[in-house]
Design a protein around this ligand. Structure first.
Ligand SMILES: Cc1cc2nc3c(=O)[nH]c(=O)nc-3n(C[C@H](O)[C@H](O)[C@H](O)COP(=O)(O)OP(=O)(O)OC[C@H]3O[C@@H](n4cnc5c(N)ncnc54)[C@H](O)[C@@H]3O)c2cc1C
Length: 475
């Protein structure tokens, strides 16, 4: 093999000698791709096309042995390392310029133990892979809302979705992990084994090693759930949001109602005359019986006179892909996020003001509703600290042309600035963009930062795993 240039970082300016690369390639079961190789561009592509980086080498792993070999190769040759799970992180940390990209996306197996209600998940599995296998046995665990997202990155940041109010964050349902640490060792971590590492993995991002297998608890669900959407005009937002605030304050753990402000997409149940108009949508999920769900959602349908609504029973797996068409890879994306304890009148006013100035039809202001079981866990129980975050706002700037970058990014930044006064503090680490480093990362780890730093110094003192929301061991 020819020489491969790798990126220069402060401590990693390295060329790979052909002999070293040949040695690495000898026992590697997966694929090793260099620029120009067939499949190289597909393998380096990630969800957010704003990030366009070219690794010197992509190691597409087929098993734990490949992952260990790649970690050892990177360390011994002082390479810059990026790790790709599902490739959805907005900051683009799954891919590096130069250096070695360790790509886990060929490892997507999910094995369900129906009797013990346990899932064993490989590190390249997507949420869709997981849901599909678990639902074959009528089981599920809290995951996110877009089926192509990677289980790995989602879990490493905490993970939330429609089941979070009922069963907590994704990390609250983690039983154990297998990890390849920076020294190439294979570690099984759980509450009993390496509890410090297990704690840090549950929200500390990819700082501590490469997770090669996840073990999750599962719960009976579905296979059909009663769910729906209610669409209001944004002009009615003031009274509607006040009623929503009351509704959330009384909602039980089964009832999850999230909202989105955007321009109306061509929803089949909506009169065409509303397409493109400013709307406020409530997405309603309930894991219980149809009658309980109908009762729970009734107030949401009465917030005002809806422009349209659609409710019904549908397979949980279908619901989990509902938003996929609006979240496909290939667009330019820029996010900003705050946590809120409630949506006050003042906050709602600012959201509506910006929703009326949305710079592109694919852009939206989305707000998840957590709380419930997730909020009854101590902030120090796992590395994910934001147990008081009832609403997690994602200002989701999304557009197609580079010429719109400035317009869309400044809209998102201005909205972020104007809503900061309402924030309950902290930010979800998985929503941080590439320029949000340093103190912003500390804000994301909140009160758990010092403990995470100690764990980083123990498991990755040389910061081999630095392409993430990084905790620098040099501090
Ligand atoms: C369309 C969309 C919808 C989303 N919806 C939700 C949601 O509903 N709920 C929610 O909680 N989040 C959501 N997110 C955020 C999501 O959780 C993060 O983007 C997450 O990082 C994606 O994980 P990934 O494996 O796809 O990403 P990647 O970009 O592959 O990885 C993310 C980070 O984790 C590291 N990493 C990946 N795999 C491993 C591993 N096995 N071991 C160690 N480090 C690893 C990477 O190096 C990188 O730093 C969404 C994101 C998108 C783009």
């Amino acid at each position: 093999m020819s020489k491969v240039e790798v990126a220069s970082t402060a401590r990693r300016q390295t060329r790979i000698e052909p002999s070293a690369l040949e040695e690495f390639a000898k026992n590697f079961r997966g694929e090793l791709l260099k620029p120009g190789d067939a499949g190289y561009d597909e393998a380096r592509a990630i969800w957010n096309v704003m990030i366009d980086r070219k690794p010197a080498l992509i190691a597409r792993c087929r098993g734990v042995a490949d992952i260990r070999a790649a970690v050892n190769f990177a360390r011994e040759n002082s390479l810059l390392v990026a790790v790709k799970g599902g490739g959805h992180n907005i900051a683009g940390n799954a891919v590096c310029d130069g250096g070695l990209m360790i790509d886990l996306s060929l490892m997507r197996s999910v094995r369900i133990e129906p009797d013990t209600r346990i899932a064993h998940v490989e590190p390249g599995a997507t949420l869709g892979d997981f849901d599909c296998e678990a639902q074959a046995f009528g089981l599920a665990t809290p995951l996110g809302i877009n089926s192509t997202t990677g289980v790995s990155g989602l879990t490493l940041g905490g993970g939330f979705g429609w089941l979070t109010r009922k069963y907590g964050m994704t990390v609250d349902n983690l039983v154990s992990v297998d990890v390849v640490t920076a020294d190439g060792k294979f570690v099984h971590a759980s509450e009993k084994n390496h509890p410090d590492l297990f704690w840090a993995i549950r929200g500390g991002s990819g700082n501590f090693g490469i997770v090669t297998r996840w073990e999750f608890k599962l719960y009976p669900l579905g296979p059909e759930v009663y769910v729906g959407l209610v669409v209001y005009s944004l002009d009615d937002a003031k009274p509607v949001m006040a009623k929503y605030r009351q509704f959330v304050s009384k909602a039980d753990d089964n009832t999850s109602v999230w909202f989105v402000m955007r321009q109306a997409p061509p929803l089949p149940f909506l009169d065409q005359k509303y397409y493109g108009s400013d709307i406020l949508v409530f997405a309603c999920f309930h894991p219980g019986s149809q009658s309980d769900a109908q009762k729970a959602f009734e107030p949401v349908r009465q917030f005002a006179k809806p422009l349209g609504e659609h409710f019904g029973l549908q397979p949980y797996c279908t619901w989990q892909t509902l938003l996929d068409p609006m979240l496909t890879p290939g667009a330019r994306n820029y996010w900003k996020s705050h946590n809120f304890a409630e949506i006050s009148d003042g906050l709602a006013e600012v959201l509506v003001k910006y929703a009326k100035m949305i710079p592109h039809p694919e852009t939206e202001i989305a707000c998840a509703c957590l709380g419930g079981a997730a909020s009854r866990i101590s902030p120090s129980a796992t590395a994910y600290p934001h147990r008081n975050a009832v609403h997690v706002m994602n200002v989701h700037g999304r557009w197609r042309e580079a010429s719109d970058d400035e317009k869309c990014i400044s809209w998102a930044r201005n909205l972020f600035k104007e809503t900061a006064q309402f924030s309950s503090g902290g930010v979800y680490v998985n929503f941080l963009t590439q320029e949000e480093t340093g103190d912003r990362v500390k804000t994301a780890f909140g009160s758990n930062y010092e403990r995470l730093l100690k764990t980083k110094k123990k498991y990755d003192p040389q910061n081999l795993f630095c392409m993430n929301q990084n905790i620098s061991p040099d501090e």
